[in-house]
Structures are given as structure tokens and as C-alpha cells.
Design a protein around this ligand. Sequence first.
Ligand SMILES: [Ca+2]
Ligand SMILES: [Ca+2]
Length: 105
Amino acid sequence: MKGIAAVLASAAIVAAGAAMAQDEPKPVTDTTQPTTPSQSMPQQSGETMQVPTLDALDKDHDGFISSTEAGSSKDIASVFTEADADKNGKLDRMEYANAIKLIQG
Ligand SMILES: [Ca+2]
Ligand SMILES: [Ca+2]
């Protein structure tokens, strides 16, 4: 039985060696730092996009942007009709948010 034990032992050594060999290519992610979220603000990235807030345009403070109010921002005015989903001639907050999306692509 000694022979078999020796064979098993050497087989184990070979297996261990193979395992060691497989370990060699290390994952590269150790040395370089993962993408650090250094910028805490997710969206506003210094672009020259200056879209006014709804409140800034809402001159009569009724919570909606009328076409007249939209006229003070040519960006908003340019997407006003498209953003006015229910075609009531004014943008509510949802529609206004959509208008900004349309502007910012
Ligand atoms: Ca208004
Ligand atoms: Ca509307």
C-alpha cells in the first residue's frame, strides 16, 4: 500500500502545484485604485448649460410655466410645445423637467 500512498501524495503535490500556477495571473485591480467618486454631484458637470429653474421662470408663482413665462428663456421656449405633454399651454413641474431633458439631450 505504500506505493499507492506515495502516488497519491505526489498527485496531491502536483495538484497543489497546478493550483499555485493558476494563481499566478493576479487580478490587476489591486494596484490601480477603483474609479473614485471624487465628484459628489452626479449630473452637474460644469457644462455651459444654464437652464433656469421652474421657480425662476414662474413669474406669477402659479406653479406653471406659461408660454409667456417660457419666453424669457429661449431654451425653454424652443421646447415648450414639445414639452407641453397635455397641450394645456403651460408646463407643470413634470413637463418642465421633461423640457430640461429635451434641452440637455
Ligand atoms: Ca406661471
Ligand atoms: Ca402642460
